[in-house]
Design a protein around this ligand. Structure first.
Ligand code: ASP
Length: 322
């Protein structure tokens, strides 16, 4: 494509949605989050600005958040009831609708890279547990000891959840308490990215540790194509965060894309409509959506969502609160 015909570029990211208010987030924490979100945007932007593909931009942006202990993905992810960190991730290419995902992996440093390897180097879409890990070793992905992912505050969060017999989503306030910093569990979420490259191709990806105190091999929406992640050049790229079970039941990411493609809804209307469906069955959360013209939406029905965007001008915009 000649430079003059090149598509606009854009990257949109999220770092989880939930009860995130000014009262609940201390200033230093807010700045720390903003800094990592900016680094993530810069990493994805450098791929797009150099003419790279949207898939590579999504991976670059997500790897930064997986490597940061602040978010519930990769290092710093939440603990299961058994005291393990079980990671889920998925990625989708909007130009081919090829997709890859992994679930319940415990030793792959960057699950988003493993999801991409499943997409690009296997005939499958989804690999789980030890099989996914064997595949990752074969594909020479970086393997770490499970203790690499551990952080003390996540461990404390698990102890609290176990003592209260609760399954904690990130960003949940303690029951019956106001949303002050003292009453909140540390608020770091699932991460996701959607990108549009110079060739007009969309891609989406999502990575998470899931829910604190999860049991029985629970898997949420994040690694499920059509629930947590979807991309189709004919409509939009979507990454979700929120109550995973409800996002699965509403096929949230595909649902949003289908409304744009088939009902010709605007991306904002489509996202809001999906979030209403999620709310109607008792869930909440957020969606980032990007279309092939570069229009984007960052919608949520919680008090906040870590989020940001950057386009061809290279100026990162980061927001946290509603
Ligand atoms: N959707 C994720 C899950 O259910 C959690 C989150 O986004 O906070 O695993």
């Amino acid at each position: 494509m000649a430079e003059a015909d090149a598509s606009p570029i854009r990257l949109v990211i999220h770092g989880g949605a939930g009860t995130i208010t000014r009262a609940s987030l201390k200033k230093e924490r807010e700045q720390a989050y903003a800094q990592v979100l900016e680094q993530s945007l810069a990493a994805g932007y450098s791929v797009l600005a150099a003419g790279g593909g949207s898939i590579d931009a999504v991976i670059a942006a997500i790897v930064v958040m997986e490597d940061s202990p602040l978010f519930n993905a990769g290092k710093g992810a939440v603990f299961s009831n058994a005291g393990r960190i079980e990671l889920d991730a998925s990625i989708m290419d909007g130009s081919t609708r090829q997709a890859g995902s992994v679930a319940g992996v415990t030793t792959i440093r960057n699950p988003i890279r493993a999801a991409h390897a499943v997409m690009a180097q296997s005939e499958h879409v989804m690999l789980i547990g030890s099989g996914a890990e064997t595949f990752a070793v074969e594909k020479s992905l970086e393997i770490v000891d499970p203790s690499y992912f551990h952080t003390p505050f996540r461990w404390n969060q698990l102890q609290k959840a176990i003592s209260q017999h609760r399954l904690l989503r990130d960003h949940d306030a303690l029951p019956g308490k106001p949303d002050t910093a003292e009453n909140m569990d540390e608020k770091h979420g699932t991460v996701g990215a959607v990108a549009l490259d110079r060739h007009g191709n969309l891609a989406a990806g999502t990575s998470t540790g899931g829910l604190t105190n999860k049991r029985f091999g629970r898997v949420g929406d994040s690694p499920i194509i059509g629930a947590g992640t979807y991309a189709d050049n004919r409509s939009v790229a979507v990454s979700a965060t929120g109550s995973g079970e409800m996002f699965i039941r509403t096929c949230a990411a595909f649902n949003t894309a289908a409304q744009v493609r088939l009902l010709h809804r605007s991306i904002t209307e489509a996202a809001d409509n999906t979030l209403e469906e999620v709310a109607a069955i008792g869930g909440d959360g957020g969606l980032i959506v990007l279309d092939a013209k570069g229009n984007h939406a960052m919608r949520f029905n919680t008090s906040g969502m870590f989020r940001g965007t950057i386009d061809g001008d290279g100026i990162a915009q980061v927001k946290i609160f509603g």
